[in-house]
Design a protein around this ligand. Structure first.
Ligand code: ACO
Length: 428
């Protein structure tokens, strides 16, 4: 197997090393391309063929539907681990033992209070503000209240920033939701597990005891694990890009949250439920919407279908579909949109348009149905995705810092006007 690739330009051959990852993925290392070829660069809109970094965090094989965090399969982690263990694994590279996990959790708990002044900021947002805009702003705002978090010059400082955001982010998530519902902005209960505490913070009513439901805890744990990392997707690349300028962790995460919001990325989970509701309200005619999705003159897309990397199936979607059936059954919830979803999936999987383009349900197709069964409002779905993705973003940001990666600064091929003379306004 060759170890170099040869590129011939204007009759001259240039050699570039071929590098190989631990799962035998191969890449042409073009670090010296521009300098050795006197200015030639590559162009690859959407980075469909471009590796932006070497990473030891997540392995994804889209052709074979494989997803592993630090070598462990997503199927095994979803079944056997809890979210905090997975967060530790992603960020620090190994599964924690009981003692390490306890210390990690205790360090997070010590950071689970946010400055009371932040309540004033939350109250200044209109109730109608989209929670993703609110949570992105609040995450960035945390920098102002924790100025030392900007210093990430040592391992200790990085660790402190990490436990701080893992402690405070769930509070911000809960408060963002509660503000919309007119509920008091309360704190959690540090005697609880990480995910249990999140649920209590979100759902505790001022006039009732919060009764923990193990099935709800398990369902949320699993959803968060399934969302925890997905290598160099749009939001993660954003976090790494912003962090590469040596901006602090919180603002890098805030930028990632904004990237996640888009309906082609994490915002798809909200869009899926709205689409399913729309189809149901329109009489449930899935064939009509299949036709719209295939019509190139119609902007409608089947939300929750297709993926940039998975061209076989999304392993997370398989687990979530099974989980949706179980959770709804366990909680005794009957959700008619589940039938619409199953109907659409069945038709799409048999339709040549979807089969030829290798379009399969992605992680977002069924996740909203579970969130809904757990009582989470539709506009909060993408925030829940961000909560799950937090450890992945942190792990990727930390890796980027520890590997001392250069500032991200792509080039371009200019296609604008050539040099021309300025024309005074009265002569235009
Ligand atoms: N419905 C209908 N047609 C689709 C869909 C869809 N959901 N997805 C892709 N296609 C078609 C495209 O029109 C295109 O057809 P063409 O070859 O005839 O022009 C072909 O399939 C390839 O699609 P691209 O948009 O080029 O694929 P890309 O890799 O750029 O996009 C994406 C992937 C953004 C996920 C796309 O499939 C999509 O928009 N899906 C719906 C939104 C969604 O569910 N996003 C969540 C993704 S998972 C996540 O981010 C967590």
């Amino acid at each position: 197997m060759s170890t170099t690739a040869t590129l011939t330009i204007d009759g001259q051959a240039y050699e570039f090393p071929l590098i190989k990852g631990t799962e035998n993925e191969r890449a042409i290392d073009i670090k010296t391309l521009r300098s050795s070829t006197n200015g030639i660069i590559t162009i690859d809109p959407g980075y469909k063929n471009t590796g932006s970094c070497e990473s030891a965090i997540t392995f994804l094989d889209g052709e074979n539907g494989i997803l592993r965090y630090r070598g462990y399969t997503i199927e095994e982690l979803a079944e056997k681990a809890d979210f905090l263990e997975v967060a530790y694994l992603l960020i620090f590279g190994e599964l924690p033992n009981e003692e390490t996990l306890k210390k990690f959790h205790n360090d997070i708990k010590k950071e689970s209070v946010v400055d009371e002044e932040i309540k004033k900021i939350i109250h200044a947002f209109p109730k109608s503000a989209h929670p993703m805009g609110v949570i992105s702003s609040l995450t960035s705002t945390l920098t102002a209240f924790n100025p030392s978090s900007v210093d990430v010059s040592s391992d200790e400082a990085i660790y402190n920033s990490i436990v701080r955001i893992l402690g405070k982010f769930p509070v911000l998530v809960a408060w963002t939701m509660r503000k919309r519902q007119g509920l008091p902005l309360d704190y959690g209960d540090n005697s609880l597990g990480y995910v249990e505490n999140i649920l209590k913070m979100m759902f505790k009513r001022p006039d009732e005891e919060y009764v923990m439901n193990k099935k709800v805890v398990d369902a949320l744990d699993k959803l968060l694990i399934l969302h925890a990392d997905h290598e160099q997707n749009c939001s993660t690349s954003t976090v790494r890009m912003v962090g590469s300028s040596h901006a602090g962790l919180f603002v890098s995460l805030s930028a990632g949250i904004s990237a996640l919001w888009g309906p082609l990325h994490g915002g798809a989970n909200q869009a899926v439920i709205e689409m399913l509701e729309g189809i149901r309200a329109d009489g449930g005619d899935t064939k009509k919407y299949m036709a719209k999705a295939k019509d190139k003159n119609d902007p409608f897309r089947l939300m929750g279908f297709g993926h940039r990397v998975y061209k076989n199936f999304d392993p997370r979607a398989k687990i979530i579909k099974k989980s949706a059936d179980e959770v709804l059954g366990d909680l005794g919830v009957v959700d008619p949109v589940l039938d619409v979803a199953k109907g659409l999936e069945k038709e799409a999987l048999e339709d040549p348009y979807f089969v030829d383009r290798k379009l399969y349900p992605n992680v977002d197709f069924y996740s909203g149905i579970i969130y809904r069964a757990l009582g989470i409002p539709t506009e909060m779905f993408t925030v829940m995705f961000a909560l799950g993705r937090l450890p992945g973003w942190i792990a990727q940001w930390r890796e980027m810092r520890l590997r001392k990666e250069p500032i991200g600064r792509p080039r371009q091929v200019y296609i604008g006007a050539n040099k021309r003379d300025f024309v005074p306004i009265e002569e235009r």
